[in-house]
Write a protein that binds this ligand. Sequence first.
Ligand code: MTE
Ligand code: MO
Length: 402
Amino acid sequence: MNRRTFLSNGVKTVAVLAASAKAAAAETVRLPFANGERGLVAYPQKQPLIRLTTRPPQLETPMRLFKEAITGNDAFFVRYHLTVAPPAEDLLRPAKFRLQVKGLVETPLTVSIEDLKSKFEPVEVVAVNQCSGNSRGFFEPRVIGGQSGNGMMGNARWKGVPLKTILAKAGLKSGAKQVTFDGLDKPLLPQTPDFVKALDVDQANDGEVMLAYEMNGEPLPWLNGYPLRLVVPGYYGTYWVKHLSEIEVIDKVYEGYWMNPAYRIPDNSCACVPPGTKPSKTVPIGRFNVRSFITSHEDGERIQKDQPVEISGIAFDGGSGIREILFSEDGGQNWREAELGEDLGKYSFRTWRARFVPKKTGEHKLQVRAVNRTGQSQPSEPLWNPAGYMRNVIETVKLLVA
Ligand SMILES: Nc1nc2c(c(=O)[nH]1)N[C@H]1C(S)=C(S)[C@@H](COP(=O)(O)O)O[C@H]1N2
Ligand SMILES: [Mo]
């Protein structure tokens, strides 16, 4: 089956899949919080992933699939906001698909995927995409929004054209302040605001923000933005607009719904407020904070006394890179340095491992804590904000030693 046929079959199948998702989800998983029962569901180009919602499709990656630094395309999480998402297959056909660049530019552009691939020097970056609300289900007190576990994240090698190159080709006019990004998915009801995101011109021109057409050496999977998406290394997934079809340069700060009031955090250094309270001032969410996970073992797993095991996992931050990973086998009383894996770049997952020899039976609380190159680390108590964003508390995995 070639990719075209696959995509076409895929799009036809999805309606059926969505309709029968309940029935198909015989297999379920339990995320470790109240009401954490979830079905596993297989969408086109995806292996069975944890279903958060069906309309629109929102799928979370099971933690056991994060054992490698790169997340497979078939394992990569999926997040959509609008009901008519993903867009109809017809709109995505390379023959039809065009990216428009307009607004405060000297020369408005209409670019095909073929143009992007053939007329511009490609660049690559390995970068984590993580949803702002990753791990929201763990918030206490609970908050409104998708109740996800830790799997709304993934790391891939992205290939495409720097946004800066395209903006230079169009030529920014003076007074350009922000750039907005819109994809082909649309709301079902006219009252629902279209999903449009904005970046300041300086950031859009930083040379790192990318118009990506490939992910891990393949065209983007349909559910991850085929045929073109924005990649904003180090920044929360909300800016990584999928099925990107319209770029507009504007002379003011964009105030559309998905920039304001949505996707905002308390305007302070912890992006947090006392649980249950509202921030007095907010700003748009920005870079990732530091996180690390144990992915070799699941909470509650059993291991043998005196048998050495390798504990391993991943860590990342918003782009300074990981300096050090600390591992604790006693619930955070003592910490020792873990061994870092290959460095795939400052925006990538960094793998780590540590040897653990359980000396006594009973429950052992394993913990991991990453420190980035600017010295930032993770809190031992969870931080709280009303939207349930940016959770990065030190994670604990309990192992039972027999
Ligand atoms: N067109 C479009 N792009 C979008 C979204 C969307 O709803 N529509 N959601 C954003 C959000 S909030 C996230 S977290 C990422 C998720 O990327 P993924 O689905 O490829 O994992 O896509 C972003 N890009
Ligand atoms: Mo998101």
